[in-house]
Every structure is written in structure tokens, then in C-alpha cells.
Design a binder for this molecule. Structure first.
Ligand code: 5GP
Length: 129
């Protein structure tokens, strides 16, 4: 069965898209730790990140790097944190999180954003790509 993220890639489930290539897709996390919290995923549906073939893994890191650079320009923060968990969605993904404090790196402190706020954040990040 297709994962939620595969449905996001196909457009079956909407997302606030940041970037897309032939092999990768980046979009805002719907339940962000901090404004700008972005997920980078391979289109290839593989559960665990370290089960990706080497080329896809390296490609995902390069893609995440490009997104993180834009994110750091778009969102006021001390730095971009990168986390891999994957306990909720069985489709490999990298979390990129603009950090102001250590709490932003914890997945317990969530921000509630309105659709217009997600739209504005996504537009700002994409303007720096
Ligand atoms: P993990 O699998 O790394 O523990 O967490 C999965 C992440 O995906 C969570 O931060 C969660 O908020 C995010 N997420 C889950 N479902 C959706 C969704 O339908 N859309 C978006 N944009 N993010 C989602």
C-alpha cells in the first residue's frame, strides 16, 4: 500500500511543496516543531533511510543540502538542524528544522499554523532556491 508520502508526491494528498526533482520531493511538515520545518524524501518508497541504495541516499543528502541553504536564508534561526526518525511514516525522510533553541529539536514542542501561514512560509523558502 502506498505511504502517505507517496500520496503526497502524486498529489493525492495536498502538501505545501518546497521543491521537486525527478527523484526527490520537499514539503512542509504539517505538524512542525518550528516554522519552516521541512521534510525531504526520495520518491522511491523505502521504509528506512539506511536501506536506501547508496546513490539515492547521497542524492537525498545533496537535495536536503540545497533545501537547507534556502531554509536558512528564509527563516530567522541560529542554524538548520537535521534529524532522521521515521517512527511515524514508513517512507525514508529527512527533517530539516530551523533551530532557535534546543526545544525546537524536540518533537514535543509543536507549532500551530494556519493554512495562509504555511503558504507564506513555503513561498518564502522557494524564493531562496
Ligand atoms: P517520523 O516518521 O520521522 O517520526 O515523523 C513523520 C513526520 O511526518 C511528522 O513530523 C509528521 O508531522 C509528518 N507528517 C505526517 N503525516 C503528514 C502529512 O500528511 N503531511 C505532512 N506534510 N506531514 C506529515
Amino acid at each position: 500500500m502506498a505511504t502517505i508520502f507517496t500520496k503526497i508526491i502524486s498529489g493525492e494528498i495536498p502538501s505545501y511543496k518546497i521543491a521537486e526533482t525527478e527523484d526527490f520531493y520537499a514539503f512542509l511538515d504539517i505538524n512542525p516543531n518550528a516554522e519552516g520545518h521541512t521534510l525531504c524524501i526520495p520518491k522511491k518508497e523505502v521504509n528506512k533511510i539506511f536501506d536506501l541504495d547508496e546513490a539515492t541516499y547521497i542524492g537525498l543528502m545533496k537535495f536536503s543540502h540545497r533545501i537547507a541553504i534556502a531554509l536558512e536564508k528564509a527563516i530567522p534561526c541560529k542554524r538548520i538542524g537535521m534529524t532522521v526518525i521515521g517512527l511515524e511514516v514508513p517512507h525514508a525522510h529527512v527533517h530539516l528544522i530551523p533551530l532557535q533553541t534546543m526545544e525546537d529539536a524536540l518533537f514535543s514542542n509543536k507549532q500551530k499554523l494556519e493554512p495562509e501561514e504555511f503558504e507564506a512560509i513555503a513561498n518564502k523558502i522557494t524564493s531562496f532556491l
